[in-house]
Ligand binder design. Structure first.
Ligand code: 7TS
Length: 419
């Protein structure tokens, strides 16, 4: 590796110690194809620290029971742990109270919940929903379904060649009929960090509701829903060093209060007769059936974990990694970065002239380097940039400059294979 390029060799800095973070993640200590694993697919899902794994194991070993219904000790312990996780999630994003935290399967379910509960009960023919041209399919398709059901219209805010939302266009598109603005906090395909303050402020001036898809943000930057002033914010546990199958929908209490349930069943009711049903209080009104109890508890542990590392420290460290990787990638001839916004999260999406991204992914895998190749569930973004797919390296707190060096050398090797 080139020592002169390595940021940590030359400049030890306070803040996050990635080597110490790595030591918490048992999975990272393995070899793939005889090489140390360099896991650079964190935008798809992150690995789990032992603190999370052990918390989930403790639940199953020591106090597995259904929640909210038993007076026995195990059920009360499980309920307490699950509800503590909800309170941690509320603090984590600075919600006003735990009642504003609805546990869902993930970002996808959170957005579908808002579309079907809030949207279906409120939108009419001719109403408009604004999304951006860089959205993940999860923040496109639920709105298309809603538009089909209500006659509302989906409109798309364009992005520039760097992959930045064009604010002037957005301002022009906002109008009388705009009911909702739904945009990503950080783009999974481009890395763009959207200017949420401005986006939300403009929407509020027009009386439109706002939903933020925070799937790529929660593990990488501090989120404060009150400071943002958004109506809804969604994120997934598994991209935050937590388990799959659990995520959070934050909604402003007054809005959640007005919304009808999303699904019917146990736990979301107070009284049921065959004639009518009285729904439970927030947030339980939206949580029908036995939830992912272990998942909720694991997510609570994951939040504790990232809070201990410090969101500001994580963000600063990942920005260094990104700057380092971007500079090295730019020096590779024939490499085109897809997504060059001024403000970016730690995502490096690229194509190599004449080489399919799947081939890049496969050759890197043989060197123990895990990246993602494909359309990243953002097909309209690929179309916008005129590529069928990209190769994408996405970083987390446990990645190191040495891994960036391996990625860069690996990409050079890919070029050699095809030259
Ligand atoms: N929104 C964004 C911006 C995402 O990146 C993803 C997942 C989702 C929503 C959906 O999250 P889920 O947890 O409900 O599945 N993104 C990716 C990715 O980039 N590679 O795999 C999944």
């Amino acid at each position: 590796m080139s020592a002169e390029r390595s940021i940590h060799r030359t400049r030890p800095r306070p803040g996050l110690d990635a080597e110490r973070v790595r030591a918490d993640f048992p999975l990272l200590a393995q070899q793939v194809h005889g090489m140390p694993l360099a896991y650079l697919d964190n935008a798809a899902t992150t690995q789990k620290p032992r603190q999370v794994i052990e918390e989930i194991e403790r639940y199953y070993r020591e106090y597995n029971a259904n929640i909210h219904r038993g007076v026995h000790t195990l059920s009360m312990r499980a309920t307490e742990a699950y509800e503590r996780a909800r309170s941690r999630a509320a603090q984590f994003i600075n919600a006003t109270s735990a009642q504003e935290i609805v546990f869902v399967r993930g970002t996808t379910e959170a957005i579908n919940l808002v579309a079907q509960s809030w949207g279906r009960s409120r939108l009419q023919a001719g109403d408009e929903i604004l999304i951006s041209a860089m959205e993940h399919h999860s923040n496109i398709v639920p709105w298309q379904i809603l538009c089909g059901q209500t006659g509302a219209r989906l409109r798309v805010i364009p992005i520039n060649d760097a992959g930045e939302l064009i604010i002037e266009e957005y301002e022009r598109m906002l109008g009388e009929r705009t009911r909702l603005v739904a945009v990503g906090h950080i783009s999974n395909a481009l890395g763009t960090i959207n200017p949420l303050d401005r986006i939300i402020e403009l929407a509020r001036q027009r009386g439109a509701r706002t939903l933020i898809d925070g799937a790529q943000a929660a593990a990488h930057t501090r989120v404060d829903v009150q400071a943002l002033g958004c109506d809804f914010y969604a994120f997934s546990g598994h991209k935050l060093y937590g388990p799959t199958g659990i995520g959070v929908l934050y909604g402003r209490e007054a809005l959640l209060e007005e919304m009808p349930p999303y699904q019917g069943g146990g736990d979301m009711i107070k009284v049921v007769t065959f004639e009518r049903t009285e729904y439970n209080d927030l947030p339980y009104k939206f949580e029908a059936g036995t939830p992912h109890i272990a998942g909720g508890i694991g997510l609570g542990a994951a939040i504790d974990y990232v809070e201990r590392l410090g969101l500001d420290e994580i963000a600063a460290y990942e920005q260094e990694l990104l700057a380092y990787a971007t500079e090295a990638a730019r020096a590779i001839k024939g490499l085109r970065l897809i997504g060059t916004a001024a403000h970016k999260g730690a995502i490096l999406s690229f194509v190599l002239e004449g080489i399919h991204p799947h081939d890049i992914g496969t050759i890197l895998d043989h060197q123990g380097i895990a990246i993602r190749s494909g359309h990243h569930c953002a097909m309209p973004v690929m179309e916008r940039f005129g590529v069928p797919a990209t190769a994408r390296a996405s970083f987390a707190a446990y990645n190191t400059p040495v891994e960036v060096d391996r990625l860069i050398r690996g990409v050079e090797a890919v070029k050699k294979v095809f030259s």
